[in-house]
Design a protein around this ligand. Structure first.
Ligand code: GLA
Ligand code: ZN
Length: 681
């Protein structure tokens, strides 16, 4: 739900932020002068500096060298470039590890990581905490009132490359965390179900982190450890944030999230979103054959939702290819601008990159940059400069909010539980369900908000629950209230199964959702690899096409719900496969098998009709239309991901801001282009 106050924005920025991570310590100072000249040429308004600079800023414990950073900030300031200043606590210097080797994280397998990369941190280490607080305090004192300072960038991407450490310091910290969460050892035994497999503890001191075990480790212990690791990183973030707030009051503090990246699911961004002043996100296209622009839209929608609907900022994406995937294609002409403006459409107050000038040495020299190895006589540079100019034309969007049509539930804690081993089928992937449902909504040209399962959902006509394995009784009541109040809920299989301790709710599945769905599930019947089930509409139900499911089926016992499709084969043959429960003013759908493509569309289309949602028609596939609205007006973003021109009907005339042309009824978006119309009235 929206924050009551407008989110703080980077200080001193008028229009959208445009720039990137700037790591000038890689270059002689002459190059810095060339850099700022080019920044002005491209319309750069802000850069992120100092994120990995600890070893240069504090060459020996307690001895600081701020000279170069002073000169850099002054240079940026006189050139009108604002600074997002990093606390370098993701990269402690070599001397620190030499003095404190046990601050290096230990893996669950007992491997101690070494110095020589970045992000090798045991977040429980008192030595690390003290050193991080020390350098943060120095930076806050020295630069807290520097005129170039726009905001603080704490650490870098908490949760990667390491989220949990399994060392003895963490073990002791975990026991304290357990005592605070559960109270007594008896309560831990109960929560973890240690009566099974002889795991009972007699004192808290016997408890260790879930290190490597010969076979599957206790799932509730692992779930608690995931919570503990997340909370421990958050303790370190808030400690730095509080120092910055105290010594530099009024300067917004952020840390860059990676909301939708499956590699970064160890961070519960619902909790983190409440701790930062301004939500920022990093997003990279995953080029494994999936539709990258759909994944991008999802990441942007999720980031906005973590920000409570308020504007946020894309702090990193790439000008071209990355270098950490198996294959790293360059972005095609126009793709970078589409990516950037798609983030802006979905609430970002600008577009920033990793990184400004491409490295010649080190791990990321083959990662694209705003200034490529090829220099400025290059397509990438020309596109970067053009984007800077385009963003400059969008000053008015500042502070406006993206308008969503429907919502999807999302819960990192449920992912943590669901990802554990020994589940009914390894083919069921909760993230796949979220991606697939999201893509189906995207293809209906609907904008999606994400919501925590306990959030107030009453503003949304339709809420999709792709796979919510862990759902508390409170969540069950929340969803029931939502439906009774007139909402339409669509729930996918293997939802509502366990409580917060990964314990199956008592009684038949799906314990937390039986009421709202009006059914019970007597048995799961996962399918073998490559097997499918056929679904048909039974007599008396509205007619519909036959559908095909795979991966999963359930033996559903209706208890009030009507059956819309039944299984024609498989173990549950003749039983309900897709049901609808009318409850109060609303309806709750249950889809007990995995549907994809047109089959999922058929069911979703019916649910959307129940919800009274009329998807935009007359718009070509892969043409994205999103609105932002606020005090300065309503802005319609139209992004054409196809290679043919696309028409977009407008409900009001307006002015297209990138070309400066007036538009009346129909906007034409050239192939691969973006248009932003400020609607009149
Ligand atoms: C992350 C990091 C950056 C850089 C990029 C490369 O987002 O924050 O420092 O490594 O990835 O894609
Ligand atoms: Zn540790």
């Amino acid at each position: 739900m929206p924050h009551p106050q407008p989110a703080p924005t980077p200080l001193g920025l008028r229009g959208p932020a445009f720039g990137g991570d700037y790591n000038p310590e890689q270059w002689p100072e002459e190059v810095w002068h060339e850099d700022v000249r080019l920044m002005r040429e491209a319309g750069v308004t802000m850069v992120s500096v100092g994120i990995f600079s600890w070893a240069l800023l504090e060459p020996e414990p307690g001895r600081y060298d701020f000279g170069w950073l002073d000169r850099l900030l002054d240079l940026l300031h006189v050139n009108g470039v604002r600074v997002d200043l990093g606390t370098p606590t993701v990269a402690p210097p070599a001397w620190f590890y030499r003095a404190h080797p046990d601050a290096l994280p230990l893996t669950a397998d007992g491997v101690r990581y070494a110095f020589g990369s970045r992000g090798a941190i045991c977040h429980s280490s008192p030595a690390y905490r003290q050193a991080a607080a020390g350098i943060t305090e120095q930076l806050a004192r020295r630069y807290g009132t520097h005129p170039a300072l726009a905001m603080w960038h704490v650490h870098n991407e908490y949760g990667v490359p390491v989220s949990a450490c399994y060392c003895d310091t963490c073990a002791a910290h975990f026991r304290r965390w357990l005592a605070a969460r559960h109270g007594t050892v008896e309560a831990v035994n109960e929560a973890w179900g240690t009566a099974f497999w002889g795991q009972r503890y007699h004192t808290l001191d016997e408890i260790q982190p879930p290190r490597a075990t010969p076979t599957v480790g206790n799932p509730a212990q692992r779930l608690d450890y995931a919570r503990f690791a997340d909370a421990t990183m958050r303790e370190n973030f808030t400690a730095e944030r509080d120092i910055l707030h105290r010594l530099a009051p009024g300067v917004p503090v952020t840390t860059n999230f990676m909301t939708a990246l499956s590699q970064c699911e160890s961070v519960d961004y619902w909790a983190w979103g409440r701790e930062v002043d301004l939500v920022t996100n990093d997003h990279y296209l995953i080029t494994d054959g999936r539709r990258t622009h759909v994944n991008l839209a999802m990441a942007a929608d999720l980031t906005r939702s973590v920000a409570g609907g308020a504007p946020w900022l894309l702090l990193e994406h790439s000008a071209g290819g990355v270098n950490w995937q198996p294959r790293n294609p360059a972005k095609l002409p126009g793709e970078m601008a589409r990516n950037s403006l798609a983030h802006v459409a979905r609430g970002s107050e600008g577009a920033m990159f990793f990184q400004w000038r491409q490295s010649r040495r080190g791990a990321e020299k083959f990662h694209s940059a705003m200034v490529p190895q090829a220099g400025t006589d290059s397509r990438v540079w020309r596109e970067v400069s053009a984007l800077g100019a385009d963003l400059g034309r969008l000053e008015g969007i500042r502070g406006t909010r993206t308008v969503a049509d429907v919502a999807m539930l999302w819960d990192w804690q449920s992912w943590w539980a669901q990802r554990l081993e020994w589940r009914p089928s390894e083919d069921h992937d909760a993230r796949e369900r979220a991606d697939t449902f999201y893509a189906a909504l995207y293809d209906h040209h609907l904008t999606v908000d994400f919501a925590h399962p306990d959030a107030d959902l009453s503003a949304y006509p339709l809420v999709v629950v792709p796979a919510l394995y862990l759902a508390t009784e409170e969540t069950g009541r929340n969803l029931r209230r939502y439906v009774e109040g007139g909402g339409t809920l669509v729930v996918s299989y293997f939802s509502g199964i366990v409580d917060a301790d990964d314990a199956v709710h008592p009684g038949p599945y799906p314990g937390a959702l039986r009421d709202v769905l009006g059914l019970t599930v007597e048995e799961f019947s996962p399918l073998l690899d490559g097997h499918t089930v056929r679904l048909t509409t039974p007599e008396g139900a509205p007619e519909g096409p036959d559908l095909t499911g795979d991966v999963w089926s359930d033996v559903v016992v209706p208890r009030g719900a009507e059956t819309l499709w039944t299984y024609a084969d498989g173990l549950p043959a003749g039983r309900p496969a897709i049901t609808r429960n009318r409850l109060g003013e609303g309806t709750a759908w249950y889809v007990s098998t995995r549907l994809s493509g047109p089959d999922l569309d058929t069911v979703l289309g019916r649910a959307l009709a129940d919800a009274g949602v009329t998807p935009r028609t007359g718009l070509a596939h892969d043409v994205e239309v999103v609105r932002r609205t606020g005090e300065t007006g309503t802005y319609l973003f139209a992004i054409n991901h196809t290679d043919a021109p696309a028409g977009v009907r407008l409900d009001a005339p307006g002015t297209e801001l990138l070309t400066g042309q007036g538009v009346v009824e129909e906007l034409t978006v050239p192939a691969g282009a973006v248009r932003v119309v400020r609607l009149d009235g």
